[in-house]
Write a protein that binds this ligand. Structure first.
Ligand code: ADP
Length: 145
């Protein structure tokens, strides 16, 4: 069984994130979406809110599980016996960071990273953009799952 971990902050989980998971489903038997708990950051949406929103978005997809985790991504991946880390790339700026993380996770945990390019209509969507809009009272529903 091939399992991939899609880990991130997902504060909040956007339609861009959902698109990555949906397009990756044909590649894996199971995808575990992991919400990483970052003690140093004050999130806009609580872990419980993020868990509930993502679980609702994949309620009809038994091959997707959603959990939060408070450890290194590779340890979370090991716990799930996952072979792959799934990530999305929107533009060159993402590439640098993803390359660094992929190299570290390969070295530390022997984990392969599978990158999918964002579809053009989602390349401008980021959690930080959605947080900014939300804080300033804008409607964010078009970006949410
Ligand atoms: P992190 O804090 O780990 O960067 P994010 O929640 O920001 O977590 O993103 C998780 C993954 O989803 C990253 O690989 C990121 O590049 C990707 N991603 C974020 N937004 C989009 C989008 N609109 N389209 C495709 N991939 C995206």
């Amino acid at each position: 069984m091939t399992t991939a971990i899609f880990a991130g902050s997902f504060d909040p989980f956007t339609i861009g994130h959902k698109d990555i998971v949906e397009r990756a489903l044909p590649l894996f038997d199971k995808i575990v979406i992991g919400i990483g708990i970052n003690q140093n950051k004050q999130p806009l949406f609580s872990i419980e809110e993020r868990l509930a929103a993502i679980r609702a978005a994949f309620a009809d997809e038994p091959r997707v599980a959603v959990e939060s985790f408070d450890c290194l991504t590779i340890d979370f991946a090991r716990r799930h016996k996952a072979q792959y880390l799934l990530r999305g790339v929107r533009r060159v700026a993402d590439y640098e960071y993803e390359r660094e993380m992929a190299d570290a996770n390969k070295e530390l945990g022997g984990m392969e990273t599978v990158l999918l390019f964002a579809q053009p209509q989602y390349t401008h969507i980021s959690s930080s953009l959605v947080r900014d809009l939300y804080r300033h009272g804008y409607d964010i529903t078009t970006y949410m799952v």
